[in-house]
Ligand binder design. Sequence first.
Ligand code: GUN
Length: 282
Amino acid sequence: MPQIIDGKAISTEIKDELKVKVEELKAQGTQVCLAVIQVGNDPASSVYVGNKKKACAYIGIESLAYELPEETTQEELLELIGELNAKKEVNGILVQLPLPKHIDEDAVIRAIDPKKDVDGFHPQSVGALCIGQPGFVSCTPAGIIQLLKRSGIEIAGKNCVVIGRSNIVGKPMALLLLRENGTVTVTHSKTRDLKEVTKQADILVVAIGKPKMITREYVKEGAVVIDVGIHRNENSKLCGDVDYDDVAPLCSAITPVPGGVGPMTIAMLMHNCVESVALQNL
Ligand code: GUN
């Protein structure tokens, strides 16, 4: 039987550690504060934003919610970001994505002060990660590193294969595994003989966005499999990019869906909010 990597338990452990740090900061006169902006009322975004606010409350981080109407112009949004950048008491700024089509997401991300970019999406944050300088790291891949470390899984020297090359998961994931001294291969939809490549993986991170695509033919015996996907099937049941029942018996460790990578994203957002205090005092 594989080790089931319990993201829910590990995320709770991290949030409880952060709670202590937030109390210490409070005792020193600093209240950590996150501004969360949502434009429009996409139901999935509302759920994510609600969960972020709940996590803030649990840890003792103050959250300021800005729920803006769908018709908000790019100029209005940029103006709000400018105001929040200038506010000393705001440590982190998060703009929930996706934004309505009439708003240029890249322009919005670039407008956030890199010292408050708790999502780690700003080009300066990505560049800092690339050259090993201090800065915020995208929450989902940062969470995956924590899952591996806290489950006692060594990364150094391992063959790490990432499926997917998005700016939010695949690319920063590859950089983080490299920083941990993994030997990293990034694959994507144009990769030839994908199965042959993924079968070399000691650690396989799957962020491909296709339900249950990864079956046992893609996985080496004894591999560690991390599933970033989350989908709802025809019976409303959640599943990942990995066909769990098919792959799990082959693995040494695997993340379930739900309860694997998912809870880690918010835990790492909270980590970044706490970290922002130190970064702002550099
Ligand atoms: N939409 C989906 N995932 C994310 C995320 O991690 N951050 C933000 N800001 N929006 C998202």
